[in-house]
Design a protein around this ligand. Structure first.
Ligand code: BT5
Length: 231
């Protein structure tokens, strides 16, 4: 039986389910505590960005005790499991279908206190923002499927292999704040390998990566990133 999803607090409207879950976690809420909302007025992406959160979207945050470093990637895989065979994980935290963003993952936490909040926003049956895509499913139908997929992915031993099979950036032109290159797979630590123009390889451990489209545009529009680890 799933340990994720109980207890559950559902809010018709809130600023951010991650903010609510963080408060609960700090007060000792158990592993698996779930916060969902019908809409968010201040849905958060990474680095201060906004997550568009209309009714019809699946908006959830889970309290995760003793998180492992691959939590965000595991969550992306779980969303991809629910989204179907065509879904790809765009390292480190997006799920794309046909190159369009269907879902995003935001992990926030207090590693020293042994917890994280795993926030997931999925375009379910809502009208997606321009350039994004919706799964076309009811959020309440997708939720139990996603919790079950997460339960499996959080303890799976084949995470890196699964990621390599869903890698949206493999052989794609990518750019980050301090460079440009071609996606060369996921390394054994969960970092993104990128082949540079001179044939060398770098590994990105965290941060932002732009997918350079054929037209030279980027999606989604993102900002800075920390420098890569040079090999
Ligand atoms: C993310 O950030 O993708 C993480 C999103 C996490 C949202 C969930 S909802 C439940 C929980 N509570 C919260 O407050 N947050 C979490 P990032 O990689 O920074 O991407 C943000 C960018 O995605 C924005 O700047 C837009 O370009 C794009 N975006 C915003 N809303 C979107 C949507 N609904 N669908 C697709 N793309 C979106």
């Amino acid at each position: 039986m799933s340990r994720l999803g109980r207890p559950r607090r559902h809010l018709r409207e809130t600023g951010s389910t991650n903010a609510v879950a963080r408060e609960l976690a700090a007060c000792g809420a158990p592993h698996g505590t779930l916060v969902t909302a019908t809409t968010q007025t201040a849905g958060r992406g990474r680095q201060g960005r906004t997550w568009t959160s209309p009714a019809g979207a699946l908006l959830l945050s889970l309290v995760i005790r003793d998180p492992d470093p691959l939590l965000s990637l595991r969550a992306g895989l779980a969303v991809a499991d629910v989204a179907g065979a065509g879904a790809r994980v765009k390292w480190p935290n997006d799920v794309l279908i046909g190159g369009r963003k269907a879902a995003g993952v935001l992990v926030e936490g207090r590693p020293a206190e042994g917890w994280a909040v795993l926030g997931i926003g999925v375009n379910a049956r809502n009208e997606p923002p321009p350039g994004a895509i919706s799964l076309g499913v009811e959020p309440e139908t997708a939720l139990p499927e996603l919790l079950a997929a997460l339960e499996a992915r959080l303890s799976a031993h084949d995470t890196l292999a699964a990621l390599r099979g869903r890698d949206a950036l493999l052989a794609e032109r990518v750019a980050w704040a301090s460079g440009e290159g071609t996606g060369a797979g996921i390394d054994d630590g969960g970092g993104l390998r990128v082949r540079l123009a001179d044939g060398s390889e770098t590994v990105l451990d965290a941060g932002e990566v732009h997918l350079l489209s054929a037209a030279g545009r980027t999606f989604p529009p993102t900002r800075s990133s920390p420098p890569g680890r040079r090999r």
